[in-house]
Design a protein around this ligand. Structure first.
Ligand SMILES: NC(=O)c1ccc[n+]([C@@H]2O[C@H](COP(=O)([O-])OP(=O)(O)OC[C@H]3O[C@@H](n4cnc5c(N)ncnc54)[C@H](O)[C@@H]3O)[C@@H](O)[C@H]2O)c1
Length: 283
């Protein structure tokens, strides 16, 4: 089986990036939202990013127009009836995702692959709401999807070898390095990254070192491009807290318990760059 037509459910931060990436890689893309306002917002964000690419000379006007020409927005899920691959990128809610999977199972061709971009929910739980659990898997992209090089391909106990193979080829065709991860909380990246981030925040909380010294130590001593505190300011302290809690909830591993400082900062609305204040000030 070869993927030619891709469908994306949800045109928020990740969905718009994934739709853009697929269209830029030559796929015909249909992307959906719950209403016209959110759809237009998502499509406008793709247009803006591509326009910036043209301005900066990274992309030709012709490529921008061709990419946009391959993306069709919709609020009608029936438009997914001819898709080879569906990527669900709605908000992180199991009830919603199960509902979407059941609906896609009804609408999409019976050999279509149904994927989710979930960060920490159990994928087999979504797969069993379809009649094709062997064709269900996780395709976990990173933010921003058109830029980040990794794609975690998440295999459930029911995913077939063929689904994995086709998905790997698809991932490579959109320029990603693929890794196979198990359907377990955090997959590979978050399983490693979350305890690392929480530990850095604990060092600050315990007064072991200043924020600058923690970040500089990691950057200069480990050759990481960013320190952990500057990085979490970029991704959002609320996102870290949410994912840490979600993984802890399922693994009960104390390494994922959020430090009090993180909880307090989120309660104060200090979420990082997006609110102008996190571990550093951005105002
Ligand atoms: N933001 C990240 O860095 C990141 C990274 C990797 C994975 N994820 C995962 O990707 C998913 C989406 O995250 P996001 O940050 O893009 O969220 P988001 O809130 O920006 O976007 C989700 C969008 O889905 C839409 N939506 C909800 N129900 C829908 C439906 N039935 N049909 C169509 N659209 C629907 C919402 O209106 C919203 O615009 C989540 O599962 C999240 O865990 C996020």
């Amino acid at each position: 089986m070869e993927i030619k037509k891709v469908g994306v459910v949800g045109c928020g931060v990740m969905g718009s990036g994934i739709a853009q990436l697929c269209a830029q890689s030559g796929y015909q893309v249909v992307v959906s939202e719950i209403n016209d306002e959110l759809l237009n917002k998502g499509l406008a964000s793709i247009e803006k990013i591509l326009a910036r690419g043209v301005e900066k000379g990274r992309l030709s006007q012709q490529d921008k127009d061709a990419t946009l020409g391959r993306i069709k927005g919709t609020t009608n899920t029936k438009d997914f009836s001819d898709r080879d691959l569906m990527i669900e990128v709605a908000i992180e809610s199991m009830d919603l995702k199960k509902k979407i999977f059941a609906e896609l199972d009804e609408i999409c061709p019976k050999d279509a692959i149904l994927a989710t971009n979930t960060s920490c929910l159990s994928i087999i739980d979504m797969a069993v709401s379809t009649r094709r659990p062997d064709k269900v898997l996780g395709l976990h992209f990173f933010n921003p999807a058109p830029v980040m090089k990794l794609l975690e391909i998440v295999r459930t106990i029911a995913t077939s070898d063929e689904t994995i193979e086709v998905s790997k080829k698809f991932g490579e065709s959109v320029g990603k390095t693929t890794v196979i991860a198990p359907d377990k909380p955090g997959f590979i990246v978050n399983r490693l990254w979350i305890p690392y981030e929480l530990h850095a925040i604990r060092l600050l909380e315990d007064g072991v070192a200043s924020r600058e010294d923690i970040d500089n130590a990691v950057m200069m001593g480990l050759n990481y491009p960013m320190g952990p505190l500057a990085l979490v300011d970029l991704t959002g302290l609320d996102v870290l807290l949410f994912v840490a809690n979600a993984i802890y909830e399922r693994l009960k591993d104390p390494r994922y318990i959020p430090p009090t400082l993180l909880e307090k900062m989120v309660a104060a609305g200090w979420l990082g760059r997006k609110t102008g204040k996190g571990f550093y000030d951005y105002k």
